[in-house]
Ligand binder design. Structure first.
Ligand SMILES: C[S@@+](CC[C@H](N)C(=O)[O-])C[C@H]1O[C@@H](n2cnc3c(N)ncnc32)[C@H](O)[C@@H]1O
Length: 322
């Protein structure tokens, strides 16, 4: 099967594919849920592992779903695409009359399809309306809406928290000054140019100065961190005994939430002691529901980062349902 392109002619490469498959063990057959099907790379490998394997592929981006469906057409009924937010995974499974999957995968963040789109506003490489919504049908506010409506300190907080941008205050100030002068920031180019002027230090750039601001706005627009901890818990609860859960994150805030939630589900409570009881023993809700399979997060090797620089910040964590 030909690999779909990840834009600009580059083949799409699923991140940490070998490791994901090792942890999920799809060769055992049964039902798997890919919560972030994207271009379908991980799902394809899951389906190829055994003829008895089925995948429910969730994504909130219809464009991604139709691309994945095209790629996975030869698997017929074994692949079921679902347009939804993965934070509703329990309702999705209930609606399909399915329960207790053997494995669940969440490869968080933005896909190549979105990032390489010249029209959706995720990247400053293309001049486009400043949209950034993964689900344009959602009625959510766009990045341009946020920059038009939010007070300066909230814009600064978003850019600092989600982008770790040192110049967040200055960037926010310039954005608000521009809108007060009747020139709201509505396109990727306008934002990239403003940030480059506000944040450039005169040194040579390692990365484009707008990279962090774009990442921060994308996380805010799509509310990527909201409900992530609860999702991890729901997914772990849905699995059948010995089922596997794999999460790949690309941002330290995301990874911290996943790590803390998995620790709690493996019996570590907020007060630091390890519970041995099989039921909730602490007010923090710590319980022995899963075994963590990754003491440290698994990261891509140098070869993968070389072949796919976008994988460089990926961290994979996995657990097994008890
Ligand atoms: C990194 S990509 C996944 C790539 C995929 N594993 C592959 O091999 O092609 C992340 C995908 O998750 C989707 N996504 C992000 N947040 C989501 C959410 N809350 N619910 C459903 N899908 C989401 C995005 O639309 C994007 O297509």
């Amino acid at each position: 099967m030909a690999a779909p392109l990840g834009g600009r002619g580059a083949p799409h490469r699923p991140v940490l594919l070998r490791e994901t498959i090792q942890f999920l063990e799809p060769e055992r057959g049964g039902l798997f849920v890919d919560c972030t099907v994207g271009l379908g790379g991980h799902t394809e490998a899951i389906l190829e592992a055994a003829t008895e394997t089925r995948v429910i592929g969730i994504d909130r981006d219809r464009e991604a779903l139709s691309s994945a469906s095209e790629r996975l057409r030869s698997f017929g009924q074994r692949f079921r695409p679902v347009h939804a937010d993965y934070r509703e995974i329990d309702r999705v499974l209930q609606g399909l009359g399915e329960w207790m999957p053997n494995g669940i995968l969440a490869d968080l963040g933005v896909s190549s399809l979105q990032f390489d789109s010249p029209t959706r506003g995720f990247s400053f490489r293309f001049d486009a309306p400043l949209d950034m919504r993964m689900d344009p049908d959602s009625g959510q506010e766009t990045a341009a809406d946020l920059l038009l409506q939010l007070p300066e300190d909230e814009i600064a907080a978003i850019i600092f928290r989600f982008g770790e941008e040192r110049n967040s205050r200055r960037i926010a100030k310039w954005i608000v000054e521009s809108r007060e002068q009747g020139k709201p920031i509505t396109t990727t180019k306008e934002l990239a140019d403003l940030v480059a002027r506000a944040a450039a230090s005169g040194k040579r750039w390692q990365i484009h100065p707008a990279t962090r601001t774009f990442q921060a706005l994308r996380i805010a627009v799509n509310q990527e961190l909201e409900g992530l901890g609860r999702f991890v818990e729901t997914a772990a609860d849905l699995l059948q005994p010995d089922g596997r859960f794999v999460v790949i994150s690309f941002h330290s805030l995301e990874d911290r939430i996943v790590k803390q939630e998995l620790r709690r589900l493996s019996g570590y409570c907020d007060c630091g002691s390890r519970s041995r009881a099989p039921v909730v023993v602490c007010t923090c809700g710590a319980r022995n529901a899963v075994e963590i399979l990754t003491k440290r997060p698994v990261v891509p090797d140098a070869q993968e980062v070389d072949a796919n620089p976008r994988s460089r910040s990926a961290k994979l964590r996995a657990c097994r349902k008890l």
